[in-house]
Design a protein around this ligand. Sequence first.
Ligand code: SF4
Ligand code: MG
Length: 333
Amino acid sequence: MTEYALELENLVMHFGAVRAVDGVSLQIPKGSVVALVGESGSGKSTVGRCIVRLLEPTEGTVRLADADITHLNRRRLRPHRRDVSIVFQDPAGSLDPRLTVGDIVGEPLRLMRRRGDLPAEQRDISSAVAESLRRVGLRPEVAQRSPHELSGGQRQRVSIARALISSPRLLVADEPTSALDVSVQASVLNLLADLQRDLGFACLFITHDLSAVEYLADEVAVMYLGQLVEQGPRERIFGVPAHPYTQALLSAAPVPDPSTQRSRRPVLLGDDLPSAIDPPPGCRFHTRCPVAVERCKTEVPESRVIGEDGHRVACHLVNDDGTGPDVRDLPTA
Ligand code: SF4
Ligand code: MG
């Protein structure tokens, strides 16, 4: 038995000429939360969709626990469906308005029953639905309602109840709060954190907002234009970010603890994310990197380990001990 809930090996997803994901390797230990962060357009959601096999990867491997699911067809995927669930950004778009909340939440179990692999303890689907709704803080009566009668926050709770009803080993949460009112974002994030702690599933938490991951994630992986540029334990990424892009992202997030962090101005990256159709040669970040040097334009930086705790970075200017430039210390132009 592997100790990982998920292993991605050199995952590649191209849509025609668009190189949305271009060689991502990542492991999620059982029961732990890995945050995948980066700007919109960096390929994070595409990684999530490959993991739940809404997409079939172009190259590489997706391994769920011990099963290689990379190229399984629909029929052969079925036994693995209960092991992984996804919660999308926009609950309004992911819940069928013609169904009741109870139908939506119970659907994964009904599909399992139809093919005869529903465990005995879940055969009573309506009580499983009530239990799943209770877990996400909704009353059982909500099962009778239609999703459009609910608030955005309640709808996202319904999505979470549906995703967790089959007790998956891995949850992919793709920007689960960014379409919600700011006033309810924190309560939905807290709910996810509580459920993860109580139920023990592993989680890939996809977000563009580094400040949101600080209390949820065990590890952080930073994605830029289809590739990971830095990954490691949360304390390392927040405390000693090594990649200039991570440093810039962190500089834009609110500083959580002023006693441990210098107050810094946000580093502005200027230009937009370059196109994934023709990514810049060398280091893909070189067109926006404040400390780029000549070799960055031609030489691809290898991902290297810079700490015994699995901290990795792909940047020419970071030394083997993790020291290097910090773009947050550059003088204001
Ligand atoms: Fe910047 Fe060069 Fe490092 Fe890329 S390799 S992040 S361009 S310094
Ligand atoms: Mg996205």
